[in-house]
Design a protein around this ligand. Structure first.
Ligand code: ZN
Length: 157
């Protein structure tokens, strides 16, 4: 018996969400009032982006944007990232990356932190394509670099 019609439609939904974000990236463009920014490069795929953040004195992300070029997965991930982190404390944003990374790696990682990834779950589909995982995680590596005020570009390699 094929027990996965629901899983199938969920996958379709996620695929649509990813395509939508790739075609119409949210928060695309330079953020003039940014307090943090960093460049990220995924040499394997050619994805390249600059992430901008405006982090308030209370450590909350007030605004986020990005610009760059890349494949569908990297653009969608960057777009979803900018929607996800606004309003969050920067330390929380970093935790999201840890969870996303563990979900995307095939190796079961013991106890998984209980955290609702929300729309980011749409990216979990790339787990089936290991070579694309770096496309999905690049914007998050870049976020880490931006928050740690790194001058060297973040890279997935
Ligand atoms: Zn890519």
């Amino acid at each position: 018996m094929n027990a996965a019609p629901e899983a199938q439609s969920l996958r379709d939904l996620y695929r649509e969400l990813v395509m939508d974000h790739a075609r119409n990236p949210r928060n695309f463009g330079k953020l003039e009032a940014s307090t943090h920014s960093a460049e990220g490069i995924n040499p394997l795929c050619g994805d390249k982006l600059i992430l901008y953040l405006d982090v308030g004195a209370d450590d909350r992300v007030r605004a986020a944007s990005f610009e760059g070029t890349g494949c569908v997965i990297s653009l969608a991930s960057a777009s979803l990232l900018t929607e996800t982190v606004v309003g969050m404390r920067s330390t929380n944003a970093a935790r999201y990356f840890d969870v996303l990374r563990s979900r995307l790696s095939k190796a079961p990682g013991g106890t998984e932190p209980v955290i609702d990834l929300g729309k980011l779950q749409a990216l979990e589909g790339v787990r089936e394509y290991p070579s694309r995982v770096k496309c999905a995680t690049l914007p998050w590596h870049t976020l880490g670099a931006a928050l740690s005020c790194s001058d060297t570009p973040a890279t997935t390699e």
